[in-house]
Design a binder for this molecule. Structure first.
Ligand SMILES: [Zn+2]
Length: 262
C-alpha cells in the first residue's frame, strides 16, 4: 500500500502542468500600440517568437521587445501567408507586378533602434535574397547597429515618401524609380533601403539638387558625421557588399545612400 501511495505521489509530481491561459493584457513596458487580433499561424510560417510570456501574437513587428527573448528563434523567412497577402494587396503588391507572390518571402528579424532598444522587425523581399538579408540583419543586430524602424511599407499605404520620412527600412514595393518610368529593383523585392531619412537619395541635375525625401535635407551633407550615416567604411555597407549587393552611395549619376540592390 505504501509502495502504491509513493507511486501515486511520484506520478503526480511528474505530470505535466496545465498550460497557462494566455494573458489578455499587454506586458509592462510594451509599446502602447493596440494589439492586432491574433491570427492563427499558417502551416508554413515559422513558429512565433514570443517577446514576453503574455505575448501570443505571431510577430508584433514595430514593437519594442518587452521580455526576454532568444534571438536564435527570431530571424526567419517564410512564404507569404493569407493575412500578409491581403495586407499588401492593392498597396505594395498591385496588378501588373512582375514578381509572383510565391517568389516573395516574409522576413521577421530583430533590430536595435537609435535608443539601443530591441524591436521586432519585418520585411518582404524576393526569395533569392532572403537568406542574405537574414544573415545581414542578424550580424547588424549582434553588432548593435541602429535601424530606426522596420515594418512593411504597406503600413504607409506603400507611399515611399511617407515610409522614408518615418525612417522606415523596407524592401519590396511595386513602383517605378522615383522620377522615372522604369521599374525599381524594389518592384522585384531585390532592393533594400536602410534608415532612409538619414540616408537620402541626392541627385544633381542642371545645377539643381533634389533630395528624397525632402525632409532629409539636413542629412544630405555627407561631410557631417552622425549616427546611422551609411558610408564606405560602414558595417552595413560592408555586409551588403560582401554578399554581392550594389550600394547606391557608389553611383555617379546620383547618390542613393539608403539603397542596396542585387
Ligand atoms: Zn531603394
Amino acid at each position: 500500500m505504501l509502495r502504491l501511495t509513493l507511486l501515486c505521489i511520484a506520478l503526480a509530481l511528474c505530470a505535466p502542468l496545465p498550460a497557462a491561459a494566455p494573458a489578455t493584457t499587454a506586458a509592462p513596458g510594451a509599446a502602447s500600440t493596440p494589439a492586432p487580433a491574433t491570427l492563427p499561424a499558417p502551416a508554413n510560417a515559422p513558429a512565433p517568437c514570443r517577446t514576453a510570456p503574455s505575448d501570443t501574437r505571431p510577430w508584433p513587428a514595430g514593437e519594442i521587445v518587452a521580455g526576454r527573448i532568444d534571438p536564435d528563434t527570431c530571424f526567419a523567412a517564410a512564404p507569404l501567408d493569407a493575412a500578409t497577402r491581403s495586407r499588401i494587396s492593392g498597396r505594395s503588391y498591385k496588378e501588373g507586378c512582375p514578381v509572383a507572390l510565391a517568389d516573395l518571402r516574409y522576413l521577421r528579424v530583430l533590430h536595435r533602434d537609435f535608443e539601443g532598444r530591441t524591436l521586432c522587425g519585418e520585411m518582404i523581399c524576393h526569395r533569392e535574397i532572403a537568406d542574405d538579408l537574414l544573415a545581414i540583419f542578424r550580424a547588424l543586430y549582434d553588432a548593435r547597429y541602429p535601424i530606426a524602424r522596420m515594418v512593411l511599407i504597406d503600413d504607409y499605404d506603400a507611399d515611399d515618401t511617407r515610409s522614408m520620412e518615418a525612417n522606415n527600412s523596407s524592401s519590396f514595393n511595386f513602383r517605378p524609380i522615383a522620377g522615372s518610368r522604369s521599374l525599381s529593383r524594389h518592384a522585384l523585392g531585390r532592393a533594400v533601403d536602410i534608415n532612409p531619412l538619414f540616408n537620402p537619395c541626392v541627385r544633381t541635375r542642371d545645377g539643381r539638387t533634389t533630395i528624397e525625401p525632402e525632409a532629409a535635407r539636413p542629412y544630405a551633407d555627407r561631410t557631417r558625421d552622425f549616427p546611422g550615416r551609411l558610408d564606405a567604411g560602414d558595417l552595413c555597407v560592408e555586409l551588403f557588399k560582401a554578399r554581392g549587393f550594389r550600394w547606391g552611395g557608389d553611383w555617379r549619376s546620383l547618390k542613393d545612400y539608403q539603397h542596396f540592390e542585387k
